[in-house]
Design a protein around this ligand. Structure first.
Ligand code: QAP
Ligand code: CO
Length: 168
């Protein structure tokens, strides 16, 4: 059991593009376990390895009781299935305390490896579709604040920088 440090916006390390996992070995399984501990301790529903400064394509998710419980996505990809979009009030463990409505494709096909390295695909809509796209963005070095106006993003950045200075 290990709780890892979560990087916060505007930390430049969050901009790193993650590399594909070549083999789901003991080291990756340990990372997945530590990411679940970290996400649960922080009351999150999704966490990408990039957020704990590990730049490999690993995501953990636990959307709560209306879904299937803890999930792992390794080397995930999404294919957008139609033109519909869905506005959702998104937050992020790397942007604590801020929530903004973001429009994303509503209906996607997810292809990934599970926590044992076995490939699977799953059609997604609703919160799962929102969350997987949010987390894959992290693996590309992208954050939900990048979809906001420059003005809103700068305001969030200044507020978080102030909090970080106060905590230092
Ligand atoms: C990403 O976000 C997500 O500000 C996961 O103070 C969010 O787990 C995908 C959290 C919404 C889809 C919809 C945020 C916890 C957790 C905070 C999270 C906070 C404490 C965010
Ligand atoms: Co996030």
């Amino acid at each position: 059991m290990a709780i890892l440090n979560i990087l916060e916006f505007p930390d430049p390390r969050l901009r790193t593009v993650a590399k594909p996992v070549s083999k789901v070995d003991k080291k990756i399984k340990q990372l997945v376990a530590d990411m679940f501990d970290t996400m649960q301790a922080a009351n999150g529903i999704g966490l990408a390895a990039s957020q704990v400064d590990v730049h490999q394509r690993v995501i953990v998710m636990d959307l709560g009781d209306d879904s299937i419980g803890p999930r792992v996505f390794i080397n995930p990809e999404v294919e957008v299935l139609d033109d519909s979009t869905n506005p959702y009030d998104e937050g992020c463990l790397s942007v604590p305390g801020f929530y903004e409505t973001i429009d994303r494709p509503a209906h996607v096909m997810i292809r990934a490896l599970d926590g044992d390295g076995n490939p699977f695909e799953e059609e997604a809509h609703g919160l799962l579709a929102v969350c997987i796209q949010h987390e894959i963005d992290h693996l590309e070095g992208k954050l939900f604040v990048d979809y906001l106006s420059t003005f809103k993003r700068q305001r969030i950045r200044k507020k978080l920088e102030k909090i970080h200075r106060q905590n230092a």
